[in-house]
Write a protein that binds this ligand. Sequence first.
Ligand code: XBP
Ligand code: MG
Length: 259
Amino acid sequence: MNNKPATTLKALIFDVDGTLADTERDGHRVAFNQAFEEYQLDWHWDEALYGKLLTVTGGKERMAYYLDHFNTAYPQTDKTPALIAQLHKAKTRHYTTLLATGAIPLRPGVKRLLDEARQAGIRLAVATTTTPENVTALLEHALAPGSTNWFEVIAAGDVVPAKKPAADIYVYALQKMQLSAADCLAFEDSENGIKSSQGANLKTIITVNDYTLDHDFTGAALVLDQLGEPGNHFHVMQGRNYGFNHVNLDLLKKIHGAM
Ligand code: XBP
Ligand code: MG
């Protein structure tokens, strides 16, 4: 029997929110509320409500969902989409300002794994529903100045019309890199995320967070509480870890090579 993988591992594709950093509760949520205050709206998203709103990816789409399902008393008019667009611009400004203070660090193991991949010549990409400026702000302030350039493709936001759980953003990233799904691994934190990556046929590694602990990750190659570090081991929730206690390239090659 030949256990060699059909291809070598060529690239890693990362989701951003919840995967590279825990940005939702203390980042995006806070920025949405700041935008609502700036526009003197009495809308407020507490931590529990925000968990429900995360069902919908994309900030503009999330606000529309909030009005349709959680604030039905608000009188929507034909001007509401324009208000949402303005609110979203304000939210992006608040969010990137917050990130510039260094308020949100990367999750454990993220920088170490990115460094290791770069040294080994593994290509890097991002596939996210968030606005491109948000990705740059996180990378430049939480990873390293200039680190946006570590990523060959940053597929983000409205570049594809159908956001996650649609597969489009991953398909777009693969097309830009001229790679097939079998050459890559994806990293996600949520059910919408894995639906998207699996829809593009990508093997996916999940690191959960407080908002996604109970999500359905059927089909994931591995589900962990974090990527971990040599002195801060991951906890395996689902899948095979091949005796490793933190995610490194050797583990990724095993996962990639497994049938
Ligand atoms: C991220 C999102 C985004 C952010 C907000 O999902 O859903 O909408 O919460 O970003 P994923 P914007 O991690 O699956 O990509 O406000 O810029 O849309
Ligand atoms: Mg995510």
